[in-house]
Design a protein around this ligand. Structure first.
Ligand code: C2E
Ligand code: CA
Ligand code: CA
Ligand code: CA
Length: 274
């Protein structure tokens, strides 16, 4: 038993080492990923409760030549801590808007912003440049920010959001309710919509607490003139429950998985226009 214990410790250390080495090597190759065109976007449809398509959320992926496809939850934190996220984020915004220009022009594109992009201070310039270079109508762009971006309710943050608003960009508060939830954000910042995190959606058809929370979020958002999107809708029962409660927009595997730009283009062209 003693021997086994030591073996465990050794294995644990080895896998820790492997993890650290992997992270180091990812860090090095991520620096080159952009210029090697290994980053790409997938698009997940956003549907109104009537079934009409509203647009797509752009989701970042990394096709690593050796490892294969890596999810954003793994490499975005590395990009953030390595100071790469401003540049990657700018590429994401431009690429997503370029793609949106190939869809019917009633369709919107939602893009996630990382804290680095927001705090870098140049996001309003970047957005203005992308509108200029792609020719997209600003009203088709929706920027998704999480509460962590706003942790400090500074005048600067408010200025930035107001400037984006004046440009005609819509702003949604992503992952609502999961982290540093503070209702003062809702009072002080000009959000157009609120996204209920999939954590509250996953057991919504049977769990009383999740139902109560989702209902309250929907009522509060509507009272504040915001739209509500539910993310992570995986079953017909969840969709039915949410539609019945007045949720405006649904997103999730039940309605459509994230898909390639090409598939999104076909999906968009077949979809009923709003
Ligand atoms: P998010 O913004 O909350 O995006 C929704 C995530 O839920 C996506 O994961 C999506 O693929 C997944 N999802 C969609 N429908 C379902 C469903 O029915 N069930 C389940 N279980 N999951 C579903 P993904 O693509 O792995 O992205 C993870 C996170 O990475 C995103 O969470 C977002 O925070 C971040 N992210 C993705 N792309 C970007 C980007 O371009 N920039 C920044 N800053 N962050 C990004
Ligand atoms: Ca999002
Ligand atoms: Ca989200
Ligand atoms: Ca989420």
């Amino acid at each position: 038993a003693k021997g086994e214990g030591r073996g465990c410790v050794r294995t644990f250390n080895r896998s820790m080492m492997l993890l650290i080495e992997q992270r180091e090597s990812l860090r090095r190759s991520l620096r080159l990923a952009l210029e090697r065109r290994e980053l790409l976007l997938e698009y997940q449809p956003l549907l109104r409760s009537s079934g009409q398509i509203v647009g797509f959320e752009a989701l970042l992926r990394w096709d690593h030549p050796e490892i294969g496809r890596i999810t954003p939850n793994v490499f975005i934190p590395i990009a953030e801590s390595d100071g790469l996220m401003e540049e990657i984020g700018r590429w994401v915004l431009e690429e997503a808007c370029r793609q949106a220009m190939t869809w019917p022009d009633s369709l919107n594109v939602a893009v996630n912003l990382s804290p680095a992009q927001f705090l870098g201070g140049s996001i309003t310039d970047v957005v203005a440049q992308v509108i200029d270079s792609t020719g997209i109508n600003a009203g088709r762009i929706e920027l998704e920010i999480t509460e962590s971006v706003l942790l400090e309710e500074t005048v600067d943050n408010l200025d930035t959001l107001n400037t984006l608003n004046v440009l005609g960009i819509r702003i949604s508060l992503d992952d609502f309710g999961t982290r540093y939830s503070s209702l003062s954000y809702l009072k002080n910042f000009p959000f157009d919509s609120l996204k209920i995190d999939k954590y509250f959606i996953q057991d919504i058809e049977k769990e009383h607490k999740s139902q109560t929370i989702a209902r309250a979020i929907i009522a509060m958002a509507h009272g504040l003139d915001m739209m509500v999107t539910a993310e992570g809708v995986e079953t017909a029962m969840q969709a039915r429950w949410l539609i019945n409660e007045g949720c405006d927009i649904l997103q999730g595997y039940h309605l459509g998985r994230p898909m390639s730009a090409e598939k999104a283009r076909i999906f968009a062209s077949k979809a009923r226009a709003p």
